[in-house]
Ligand binder design. Structure first.
Ligand SMILES: [Zn+2]
Length: 330
């Protein structure tokens, strides 16, 4: 493992510009039109106010401690935001501009992790692999290159990005959402950094369950709100941003959700690589103060990249990172 820099995948100047555009885009959201929901994990009606960020209120479920945006914009409004807002348009540019670094630092390690999970589940070769929310198809492309499955299906609702998926030879592309597809017969379904965006996570997980053959495997990634950088930064965390991210699970609450659908043998790891760099960046730019976080101030003063790397390794090893990978069997 090498220490990956957040700025390699999220260049500071570009993120600054995107946040500026985001501020203007917020005009499309009228908080009096938002919809109240129960906990997206355990369906509890009991929650406590945590903080407000921009126009959005974040609450914590009293039962399972999921952090979620409540009330939240409707599905239609979310679709409008993703398809027509200036900041999302600019985000697509950032995403493509950092393609090389993202493939090296995110997608290749992601493929290795998936291979590891498959190995642990005694799956030698997948017959039918489905990726939900395939984006530009970078994972599918790598999966194909490494001969991960006999057939690969990419499900991607956006017209622009599904076109990119179609450019990859021998990949089936369905321009839709999984909720609208009746039969998939998948041996393995994967989705990465998707469930936190959804207005309704439960029907999505149910559709994944229905799309799997019996004994099929679901692999997903999502932020872990109990992870180090999220616990330190909370409201100040760049990923704690609505309406993009609406649901922040933790290992317990994501397990509850999966079990409520019928999934078994749930296994969770936190392979995150950025926690310490994200905290240090916020310290260096005075978003959090050294006075309030003397431990991290002390770490910073050591000026030792090996120390940072070792801290990140420990965070990974003990499942304390804010990025989690979950696998579950049907
Ligand atoms: Zn809950």
């Amino acid at each position: 493992m090498t220490l990956v820099k957040e700025s390699n995948i999220r260049p500071n100047n570009m993120i600054k510009k995107m946040n500026q555009l985001r501020k203007n885009d917020m005009a499309m959201f009228k908080s009096n039109s938002f919809i109240s929901v129960n906990c997206p994990s355990c369906n509890s009606k009991k929650y406590t106010f945590q903080f407000k960020k921009s126009k959005f209120t974040f609450v914590e479920c009293k039962k399972c401690l999921t952090l979620f945006v409540n009330p939240r914009p409707s599905v239609e409004l979310l679709e409008k935001f993703y398809s027509s807002s200036k900041c999302m348009n600019y985000w697509a540019q950032i995403y493509q501009k950092t393609e090389k670094s993202r493939i090296k630092n995110i997608f290749e390690p992601r493929l290795k992790l998936v291979q590891k999970v498959l190995h642990e589940n005694n799956i030698k070769k997948i017959n039918h692999l489905v990726e939900v929310g395939a984006g530009y198809g970078w994972f599918c492309r790598l999966a194909q290159k490494h001969n991960l499955a006999n057939s690969i299906t990419a499900i991607e609702p956006s017209e622009i990005t599904s076109k990119k998926c179609k450019e990859i030879p021998k990949i089936n592309v369905i321009e839709s959402t999984i909720e609208k597809i009746p039969k998939l017969n998948a041996d393995v379904i994967v989705n990465f950094e998707l469930i936190e965006h959804l207005f309704e996570p439960k029907p999505f997980i149910k559709s994944c369950y229905n799309g799997l053959k019996s004994n099929g495997l679901l692999i997903l990634t999502t932020p872990n709100f109990f992870g180090l950088d999220m616990q330190i930064l909370k409201k100040e965390h760049d990923s704690v941003v609505a309406p993009n991210h609406l649901n922040f699970f933790n290992p317990n609450s994501i397990s509850l959700l999966l079990k409520s659908i019928g999934f078994k043998k749930i296994n969770i790891i936190t392979p995150g690589i950025l926690d310490i760099d994200i905290i240090m960046n916020k310290l260096n730019t005075n978003i959090i103060s050294e006075k309030n976080f003397p431990f991290f101030s002390y770490v910073k003063k050591q000026n030792n990249s090996n120390l940072l790397l070792d801290i990140q390794k420990l965070i990974q090893k003990y499942n304390l990172s804010s990025s989690m990978l979950i696998s579950a069997k049907k």
